[in-house]
Design a protein around this ligand. Structure first.
Ligand SMILES: NC(=O)c1ccc[n+]([C@@H]2O[C@H](COP(=O)([O-])OP(=O)(O)OC[C@H]3O[C@@H](n4cnc5c(N)ncnc54)[C@H](OP(=O)(O)O)[C@@H]3O)[C@@H](O)[C@H]2O)c1
Length: 265
């Protein structure tokens, strides 16, 4: 996909992978990069170059509820119809033993990670379909494939993202619009820190791979340009993804070594 003159929206763009995506996209000859964030006053300007994007603009995108997604779309006005590439990146993480998880947080997580992805995509698709040009890029996770204990609700949301994306990809065949997903490994952001905190009570996360957000953002943008279906993780995460496609006992054995129902010492 050629990004020259394109209009791109990234959700969760004030920090982490979203911020890295916006910075990376600014180097592409796009017309406009919309940096979606809950509080636009948090936006830190991105350096522009003559060969890069013409403009990077912060926009308020709040995915907390059906109403807030609709309100965010209304605020975008005519720019909503002009979006060519949508990065559904914003996300929340929940975890721990299921019986101990906070259900308020679980509902909020499913809303942002899965329901809002379907909703925002639905609002953006008509413009792409009319122009027969566009891409939906959904940030999933290694957890969408490798179902680790202590990650039940988060894994379910991300497996849902993969299901949504793959079904949509087939639905869009022949329209000029693509859907793809990112099987994101451990990326050094606030979320990774939080993941270690909430999983760490029961799960040894010390062997998890970590890559910088800039590296992952670069791979994601290159994959969009190449029209790929999926961006796979590197190293051990890739092995975990492959193991998860094999017989269940493979992951059973791996997870038995790193998980304990009683809090780890
Ligand atoms: N980091 C990893 O290791 C890892 C691994 C696998 C998958 N992922 C996925 O990658 C994506 C980005 O994660 P990250 O690591 O960059 O996380 P992060 O640093 O925690 O950033 C999360 C982003 O999502 C936004 N967000 C949360 N709730 C929102 C809401 N209701 N409305 C709008 N925006 C909201 C946050 O905005 P505020 O600043 O306003 O809270 C923030 O910009 C997520 O989908 C995550 O599940 C990350």
């Amino acid at each position: 996909m050629n990004l020259a003159g394109a209009s791109v929206l990234v959700t969760g763009a004030n920090r982490g992978i979203g911020r890295a995506l916006v910075t990376r996209l600014a180097a592409e000859p796009a017309r406009l990069v919309l940096a979606g964030m809950r509080s636009v006053e948090k936006f830190e300007p991105v350096a522009l170059s003559p060969e890069g994007a013409a403009e990077v603009r912060p926009v308020q995108i709040d995915l907390s509820s059906r109403e807030s997604v609709d309100a965010s779309c209304e605020r975008l006005g005519q720019e909503l119809e002009r979006i060519d590439v949508l990065f559904n990146n914003a996300g929340l993480v929940t975890g721990g033993l299921l019986e101990e998880q906070d259900m308020e947080q679980v509902y909020a997580m499913f809303q942002v990670n899965l329901v809002a992805v379907a909703h925002l995509t639905q609002r953006v698709l008509p413009g792409m379909l009319a122009r027969r040009y566009g891409a939906i890029v959904n940030n999933a996770s290694i957890s969408a494939y490798a179902y680790f204990p202590a990650a039940s609700t988060y894994a379910a949301s991300k497996a849902g993202v993969v299901a949504l994306t793959e079904a949509l990809r087939r639905e869009l065949r022949g329209t000029g619009v693509r859907a793809m997903h990112l099987v994101t490994p451990g990326v050094t952001t606030d979320m990774l820190q939080r993941t270690e905190d909430i999983y760490g009570r029961h799960l040894d996360t010390s062997g998890w791979e970590q890559i910088p957000p800039e590296q992952w953002a670069d791979q994601a943008v290159e994959a969009v340009k190449a029209g790929r279906r999926v961006v796979n993780p590197p190293g051990k995460s890739r092995l975990a993804m492959l193991a998860a496609r094999g017989p269940a006992w493979l992951l059973d054995q791996t997870t038995a070594r790193v998980f304990s129902r009683s809090p780890r010492g």
